[in-house]
Ligand binder design. Structure first.
Ligand code: RIB
Length: 280
């Protein structure tokens, strides 16, 4: 049990360009009348900030371009005290950008131009010692593999966005987090995994499994969702923080569902991430 766990996040940094619109377009359609906003984002950066706001000491290992978008994308991490000393700059790339459409229902569509995130190669990784490592799949899988093999503590892998992952990384993870569609993509590849697996079902809640058996189920409190961007990142960070703090699997899952639900009630990814004081 650790009161202020230390967490290293290896992952992406993006600047999110968000168009809030009445409804999402279908392929080939133009929907006008949107309101445009810019927010710091990227799954790695979001999970780092979420863990920090929930009380952890957090390092972010990431790669940005040498541009104004990097300053904008890192601003809230800096303001909230995430350690960015392991973040590197690729001088030949632009900082990652995500184009996000958010509908009145809160649902979104995201297209990512990864830019410098793609240049975050294993040899550029400088891992600090920490209680836990959290990774997602918006940086090269070789870098995730290197982080997973170099790190000796608790390893949480968020399988987002859905992508092929070598079996040894899946086996190394102590906790795998994914949503319904990511779980469908992974399919049988996680059969036989001995680790904890959390699957989220949006407003319906989440389940936690160990060795294939369901050990906990939780539903989020009622929330008026206006933007679901970053909810999965919040859930991933909160579940990791809860387990590191020594919460029971059921309590940690409830904590993560409540944190994820709160994140949907405010616009943007990082501005919406909840603080610990809002959850107790
Ligand atoms: O998980 C949400 C994030 O996905 C956004 O912030 C966007 O940058 C994309 O990476």
């Amino acid at each position: 049990m650790t009161q202020h766990p230390s967490i290293v996040v290896v992952g992406s940094v993006n600047l999110d360009l968000v168009a809030t619109v009445s409804r999402l377009p279908i392929a080939g359609e133009t929907v006008s009348g949107a309101k445009l906003a810019r927010y710091p984002g990227g799954k790695g950066a979001n999970q780092a900030l979420a863990a920090r706001r929930l009380g952890a000491d957090v390092y972010l290992c990431a790669c940005t371009g040498d541009d104004a978008a990097a300053d904008e994308a890192l601003a809230l991490l800096r303001a909230d005290g995430v350690d960015l000393s392991r973040c590197i700059v690729d001088h030949d790339s632009a900082t990652g950008v995500a184009l996000i459409a958010v509908a009145a229902s809160g649902e979104n569509q995201i297209v990512v131009a990864p830019g410098a995130n793609r240049k975050f190669s294993p040899e550029r990784l400088g891992l600090p010692v920490a209680d836990a490592l959290i990774c997602q799949l918006e940086v090269p899988v070789e870098t995730i593999a290197a982080a997973a093999s170099q790190f000796s503590g608790f390893f949480c892998l968020n399988l987002a966005p859905a992508a092929e992952v070598p079996a040894e990384i899946l086996r190394r993870a102590d906790l795998i987090v994914m949503n319904e569609s990511e779980a469908a993509y992974v399919g049988d590849a996680i059969n036989g995994c001995e680790n904890m697996i959390a699957i989220t079902y949006g407003a319906k809640g989440a389940v936690l499994k160990l060795k294939g058996e369901t050990i906990a189920k939780a539903a989020p409190p009622p929330a008026k969702a206006i933007d679901t961007t970053g909810a999965g990142d919040t859930f991933t960070a909160a579940l990791t923080v809860g387990l590191l703090e020594g919460m029971s699997p059921g309590a940690a899952l409830e904590f993560a569902c409540a944190a994820g639900a709160l994140a949907t009630t405010r616009p943007g990814a990082q501005p919406a991430l909840p603080w610990r004081r809002e959850l107790v």
